[in-house]
Design a protein around this ligand. Structure first.
Ligand code: DI6
Ligand code: FE
Length: 407
């Protein structure tokens, strides 16, 4: 039998809401790990005797706060190059849409990504991944969508998978072939959607895809085009997600909900109807304060509506070169509170329990018996401190599957 590892001398934010808070806070707690799973969690004073024998290994958490490993459930972190020039253009008055229509935007990153070989893409992307891990991320979703042709989409997804093998993190991959129309299909977006649909079976067969996403928007794809991608995902048995209602209301959320989407993401323009549909389908709302901030949007996601309909909210970096060049999930916690007025309890749930749900992962996101032992120890006195500080990184220690890792 594998030994029990007992961590004590810490407060534990289980992130399973209880009567007193959304943190599920246990003061002076103990966490028992066996193998890669949590075996028991509770107040230290109630630690069952079976764990107290000489066969247990004791660890002193030194007065830290323990949380589940953080989950960044929406990133585009595998890409080539950067787009600081567009940042400058926008500061001179161009809008994000204007830059995109003038051949910059997503298509500029597609060029750089196609030019990069696998080793160079991996090296560029590893730097971004590494920044996330240093802040306690133990699970990350990575989308394709800067290749936009079979060989380059496959390359990006292989790089994402390989990162998950080389670093102590779970990587979940999402195929976002319907991110933008590549130059060789300019003016023929329906034909490009045919190509996207045709790419999917082989990518799935190569084990490269965990979920399917699309960018449903005026500068992306129409609901009808999005639906063709979703129908193919369904045939292949894959869950879907959607970039929906970011720059306008295309009624994408309701469409995604009809396909039992795991999540709809962005949602600044979400309507009441969309929000009801998401609630009924159990779809998570992934809010992306980095993109809102970086594009200087003024329309806030309808947080009150999401609360009223009890749509679970997640928070993510949206790490990408155009609208959110961000590798700090802790900063997103702060911005979710300052910009979107989430409570710190909602924000922390948004990078743990609800982020797990947005990825369809039932085995993580809370610290309760039976869950994966992905755990972070923080040098803070209260969970709210993780949301309150700007630019601090109080991470002391990360355990992945019960094992202490260096990141
Ligand atoms: N919405 C976004 O905010 C990113 N992709 C998307 O569908 C932006 C991607 C980029 O500008 O490179
Ligand atoms: Fe995105």
């Amino acid at each position: 039998m594998k030994p029990h590892h007992i961590w004590s001398h810490c407060d534990i934010a289980t992130c399973l809401p209880d009567a007193s808070s959304g943190y599920g806070l246990i003061r002076d707690g103990a966490l028992v790990i066996q193998g890669d799973k949590v075996a028991w969690v509770g107040p230290r004073s109630q630690l069952p005797e079976i764990y107290q024998g000489p066969a247990s290994v004791h660890h002193d958490a030194q007065g830290t706060l323990m949380t589940p490993g953080l989950i960044d459930c929406h990133t585009h972190l595998v890409y080539g190059g950067q787009r600081a020039n567009e940042f400058e253009l926008r500061l001179k008055g161009a809008s994000y849409e204007e830059v995109a229509r003038a051949g910059g935007g997503i298509v500029a990153t597609v060029r750089a990504t196609r030019e990069a070989d696998e080793a160079s893409l991996a090296a560029q992307s590893a730097r971004r991944l590494s920044a996330l891990l240093k802040e306690g991320v133990t699970t990350v979703e990575i989308k394709s969508g800067y290749g936009l042709a079979f060989e380059h989409e496959a390359k990006c997804l292989r790089v994402a998978r390989a990162l998950g093998e080389q670093y102590p993190v779970t990587v979940r991959t999402t195929f976002l072939g319907a991110h933008a129309v590549p130059p060789e299909f300019a003016g023929r977006s329906d034909d490009y959607i045919d190509a996207v649909v045709a790419m999917m079976p082989a990518l799935v067969q190569q084990g490269l895809v965990d979920a399917v996403d699309a960018f449903c928007d005026g500068i992306g794809f129409s609901p009808a085009q999005t639906e063709r991608v979703f129908a193919q995902a369904k045939r292949l048995g894959l869950p879907v997600k959607l970039h929906a209602e970011q720059l306008s209301d295309s009624d994408g959320a309701a469409l995604a909900a009809r396909y039992q989407a795991l999540s709809c993401d962005h949602l600044e323009w979400l309507s009441e109807r969309g929000s009801q549909a998401m609630a009924a389908a159990g779809t998570v709302a992934v809010l992306l304060p980095g993109a809102f901030y970086f594009l200087r949007e003024t329309r806030l996601p309808p947080v009150a509506l999401l609360r009223a309909h009890q749509v679970p909210m997640a928070i993510s970096t949206d790490c990408n070169p155009g609208s959110s060049p961000c590798t700090s999930l802790l900063l997103m916690l702060n911005m979710a509170c300052t910009l979107f007025r989430l409570t710190p309890e909602e924000a922390l749930q948004g990078v743990t329990r609800n982020a797990a749900r947005a990825l369809g992962l039932a085995d993580r996101g809370t610290l309760v018996a039976g869950q994966r032992a992905d755990v972070v120890l923080w040098d803070v006195q209260s969970p709210a401190e993780l949301c309150y500080a700007i630019g601090a990184n109080p991470r002391r220690q990360t355990l992945v599957g019960g094992v202490a890792v260096q990141v």
